[in-house]
Design a protein around this ligand. Sequence first.
Ligand code: GFB
Length: 309
Amino acid sequence: MDKTSGIYIAGHRGLVGSAIVRRLEAAGYTNLITRTHSEVDLTDQAAVEAFFQAERPEYVFLAAAKVGGILANSTYPADFIRENLQIQTNVIHSAYRSGVKKLEFLGSSCIYPKLAPQPIKEEYLLTGPLEPTNEAYAIAKIAGIVMTNSYRRQHGFNGISLMPTNLYGPGDNYDLQSSHVLPALIRKFHEAKVRGEGEVVVWGTGAPLREFLHVDDLADAAVFLMENYDEEEIINVGVGEDISIGDLARLVAEVVGFEGEIVFDTSKPDGTPRKLLDVSRLFDMGWRPKFDLRSGIEDAYRWFVENVG
Ligand code: GFB
């Protein structure tokens, strides 16, 4: 990418897209192309095609997606599969047709089998059944990977696919019904502290293990891979270590300054027991994250207090 290349960031108002915009601006890229949902509805094939034909971006970060935590995924699977299939199909096809030089597709660590060996290597894709709570979302993301690779094979289109682990950071969704665990815990502990409540309820047993990546690190890796990676094989993006939900809750309580009890609601689903990515392919290329989990949570908490709380 040149500093003046036309770079379209699909989903620039979301957690991931907004972080990619910040990262590109900081690196001096001057020709960033963005459209809000009301300007271009990415589920509308004709609108997407017209946008690409008129704007002709050279590079595309496909960070637009319908996303959510375990409850949203299991409650609205039809929405998750339909919207994601539509968005990615429209964007990938129009990017190819309009002559885009390179497209980066953002997937998710939930594409891997529920009981994959840990840490999860890229080649474990499609080797076993998926976690039921997010099967619809995962199938859509797997279709995006296969579509990207198929356009490479049939048309020579340069598309790459990144698989980020669980993300968090500035701009996250803090709605308790649809959010992921980390923003939910920040909100729950903060509100309990402010209201002087003695306990906070955490879903599930607290035993599942998750890996957390600050979205600014993901954005850094996304730009790094756009510049340095041209292979068909998907590539994991994570930090290489995980933490139990119970320990995460205790860490968030510490950062927020909540001193009461943590109660586990075991009527809520745990989801997959563990999903730690094997990040050796990315680390072998020389990339490393900058945030450790505590400083990342402090950063996210600051943003929450200033913008939501
Ligand atoms: O982040 P999360 O919603 O999604 O939940 P997944 C992670 C773990 O945290 C689960 C527990 O074991 C939850 O039961 N948890 C505890 C909570 N308290 C809470 C809470 O208040 N809110 C939430 N949301 N969880 C998602 C997938 O799976 O991971 C998506 O549904 C996506 O498809 C994303 O791939 C990265 O990690 O289980």
